[in-house]
Design a protein around this ligand. Sequence first.
Ligand code: THU
Length: 129
Amino acid sequence: MEDLVRLARTMMIRAYAPYSKFHVGAAVRDEEGGIHGGCNVENAAYPQGLCAEAAAIAALVAAGRRRVLECAVIGPGPEVITPCGGCRQKLREFGAEDMKVHLCGPDGLHCTVTLGSLLPMSFGPLHVA
Ligand code: THU
């Protein structure tokens, strides 16, 4: 878990967030144990911005993986952040309800919750299978 938090923190530092100035980092662990990071990437056309979790998931898929076993998200503080609604659904695509989501602030891990608690009664891939 420390490796995920460390990568998420590195990602947060690299965020491109000139508009909100709100840097977010994320890291996900795949089914082989590999980890992948992402940061938010904003755009002058504001709605085109990308969340950190989405970037981390894209890196995992680009590496040829298909499952998210665990995720860490870190924000700049002082409030601990949680994945936005869209990112909860994106995580759901590649993980189960018992996926651990580690919520972090600048001082480290605050708490660990499950994706199921963040996105109850979720719609997932099996609904459209
Ligand atoms: N952001 C993320 O990267 N992940 C989230 O789950 C919440 C919000 C980013 C989007 C935007 O660049 C900035 O945080 C402020 O909303």
